[in-house]
Design a protein around this ligand. Structure first.
Ligand code: HEM
Length: 313
């Protein structure tokens, strides 16, 4: 019994569920209430908050570096092009200021973001999972690093698998975590090549359903830099298993979504979830999120506990 408990609490990197039990016992309640307050008013914030945690972790580990502002001499991750569509920083800031009142200088911004992402997903009918805590905040944030490390929506399966595996995530994590695209939006510029100029000859992507192409063309005109579409049309505010049905019907929005059908392992997962109404997706998503949330985390005395999430101390 004791062994099981220890195994449950500890992980390979020194993060643990209940890390703040003595130092800030109300941390999870405060973050949950804050997140719920925002998302009940603006459900579309859940998606960018989940994406923000992913973008934090995949670039120099889950160290809150996505939250730092640029300075006179440094362009931060936040201002790299793929991150310019992130929203919801105010949710993390609000949770941080509530926590600073209750337990000053104790809870890291990186941990707050991991909790906010979990609570945002469950608030829009998705799964919930235990978040191992104890991350510390980094002091470095570089836009160039974000550009180098973030996966591209134009990526093929080899590139996507390489990006994920360089961070310790395997093909299963890739296909499971991509299911996050069941919520949120995508800007036309991230997929309009598939509609208008796939190989430079004014052609369309043959792997994209032609009926879907027609629908997307009616929304996205060539060169459109501002319009966006729902990634899971009709239920883009609800976290469900629809993503796999869409991808299997050749209606994944990005090339990176369609690419999941070009590898036997990821394809098998897509087909399984599509044919079983996402039977194991929620469970799998929690497992992969915990794994993702541990990537490169700073622990012990590394880094710092920021006073404000947008600034180093
Ligand atoms: C597999 C590689 C991935 C690629 C290439 C990718 C790419 C993208 C792109 C281009 C967008 C559209 C952004 C916009 O136009 O505003 C997007 C949105 C999104 N991504 Fe991913 N993504 C990937 C994996 C992930 C993962 C692992 C997660 C989370 C676990 C995630 C969560 C999201 C969410 C929730 C949105 C919607 C954001 C919103 O509504 O503002 N993505 N992604």
């Amino acid at each position: 019994m004791l062994v099981l408990l220890v195994l449950d609490l500890a992980d390979g990197q020194g993060l643990k569920v209940g890390f703040y039990q003595k130092t800030c016992p109300s941390v999870e309640t405060i973050v949950k209430q804050t997140t719920a307050g925002f998302i009940s008013r603006t459900p579309t914030l859940a998606a960018p908050l989940l994406r923000m945690h992913f973008h934090d972790c995949i670039v120099t580990g889950c160290d809150g570096s996505i939250l730092l502002n640029s300075t006179k001499n440094n362009q931060a991750e936040k201002d790299a092009i793929p991150n310019q569509t992130l929203r919801g920083f105010q949710v993390v800031d609000a949770a941080k200021s509530a926590l600073e009142k209750k337990c000053p200088g104790v809870v890291s911004c990186a941990d707050i973001l991991a909790l906010v992402a979990r609570d945002a997903v469950s608030q829009v009918s998705g799964p919930s999972w235990n978040v191992p805590l104890g991350r510390r905040d980094g002091r470095v944030s570089k836009a160039t690093q974000a550009l180098a490390d973030l996966p591209s929506p134009f990526g093929n399966i080899t590139e996507l698998k390489a990006t994920f595996s360089s961070k310790g995530l395997n093909a299963k994590d890739l296909v499971v975590l991509s299911g996050a695209h069941t919520i949120g939006i995508g800007h036309c510029f991230a997929f309009s090549n598939r509609l208008y100029n796939f190989t430079g000859k004014g052609d369309t992507d043959p792997t994209l359903d032609p009926n879907y192409i027609a629908r997307l063309k009616s929304k996205c005109k060539p060169g459109d830099a501002t319009t966006f579409v729902e990634m899971d049309p009709g239920s883009y505010k609800t976290f469900d298993g629809d993503y796999y049905t869409l991808v299997s019907k050749r209606r994944g929005l990005f090339q990176s979504d369609a690419a999941l059908l070009t590898d036997s392992e990821t394809k098998a997962y897509v087909k399984l979830q599509a044919s079983s109404r996402g039977s194991t997706f929620f469970q799998d998503f929690g497992v992969s999120m915990v794994k993702m949330g541990q990537m490169g985390a700073l622990t012990g005395t590394a880094g710092e506990i920021r006073k404000k999430c947008a600034f180093v101390n």
